[in-house]
Design a protein around this ligand. Structure first.
Ligand SMILES: Cc1cc2nc3c(=O)[nH]c(=O)nc-3n(C[C@H](O)[C@H](O)[C@H](O)COP(=O)(O)O)c2cc1C
Length: 207
C-alpha cells in the first residue's frame, strides 16, 4: 500500500505513522518552572542526535495551556535546563500516569509518588527511581509548523552536561547492563516494548 500522510488516505483503522518509526526511546523529561513547581512528562519524539557534545532533542506538540505550549517545553525555554530520565519496566505505570494533561501548577513527580532528587549541574530535579539521568543545558528550539495554521511543534535541543548512572547497572567489565535496566520503548498506538536479556543481540561491525 501507499498513502500520502497529508491526504490521510491510508484506509487503516488508525493513523499508522507511530507504528512505522519504532521502537522510540522515551525521554522522561523533568523540569522546574521559575516559581519552583516541578514537572515530569514522557516524550517519545525524543532521541540522542550527536556524540560530542552529547546532544538530545524532544518534540513537544500543542499544549492545553493558554500559550498552547506544553509545560516541559515552556519550562526549558524559561529556565534553560532539563533532565532526561530513563523510563524502565519498573516505572512504566508512573511514566504513563505522568503523561496526564494537567495544569502547570500540578507537580507530576509528587502525583506519581516518585522521588525528586537534586541534580548536579542543573536546577531541574532527577527522578531517583530512574537508573540514568541526562542533565541538559538548553541549546535551541526549532519550530516545525503543523498542517493547521495554529499548530506548531517545538523541537527542544539540549546539550547533555552531566550524566548519572546507577552503579547497580554497571557490570564488572565496565559496561552498562541494559538487560538488567530493562528500558522501555514506545511502539505504535498504546503499545510498548521492553528490553531485557533475551531481546539483546550483538553484531560485529565490518572493517
Ligand atoms: C509514552 C508517551 C510518549 C509521548 N510522547 C510525546 C511526544 O513526543 N510529544 C508530545 O508532545 N507529547 C507526547 N506525549 C504526551 C505528553 O506526555 C503529554 O501531553 C503530557 O501531558 C505533557 O506534559 P507537560 O505539559 O507537563 O510537558 C507522550 C505520552 C506518552 C505516554
Amino acid at each position: 500500500m501507499f498513502y500520502e500522510p497529508k491526504k490521510k488516505n491510508h484506509g487503516l483503522a488508525k493513523n499508522p505513522f507511530n507504528s512505522l518509526v519504532i521502537p522510540r526511546p522515551i525521554g522522561w523529561i523533568s523540569t522546574v518552572d521559575p516559581k519552583g513547581v516541578l514537572n515530569l512528562a514522557p516524550y517519545s519524539f525524543f532521541n540522542a542526535v550527536c556524540y560530542s557534545p552529547p546532544t538530545v532533542m524532544f518534540s513537544a506538540g500543542i499544549g492545553s495551556a493558554n500559550d498552547r505550549t506544553k509545560d516541559s517545553a515552556r519550562n526549558v525555554e524559561n529556565t534553560g535546563e532539563f533532565v532526561c530520565n530513563m523510563a524502565t519496566w519498573d516505572t512504566r505505570e508512573q511514566m504513563n500516569q505522568s503523561s496526564a494533561t494537567l495544569p502547570a501548577e500540578v507537580d507530576e513527580i509528587a502525583l506519581t509518588k516518585l522521588t525528586p532528587v537534586p541534580s548536579t549541574m542543573v536546577s531541574a530535579p532527577r527522578i531517583a527511581e530512574a537508573p540514568v539521568h541526562l542533565e541538559c543545558k538548553y541549546l535551541k528550539t526549532v519550530e516545525i509548523p503543523g498542517w493547521n495554521k495554529t499548530d506548531i511543534y517545538k523541537i527542544i535541543f539540549g546539550e547533555v552536561i552531566g550524566i548519572n548512572i546507577n552503579d547497580d547497572f554497571i557490570t564488572g567489565d565496565g559496561l552498562i547492563d541494559i538487560g538488567k535496566m530493562k528500558p522501555i520503548g514506545r511502539l505504535g498506538y498504546n503499545d510498548y516494548t521492553k528490553i531485557d536479556f533475551d531481546s539483546i543481540f550483538t553484531l560485529d561491525r565490518p572493517d
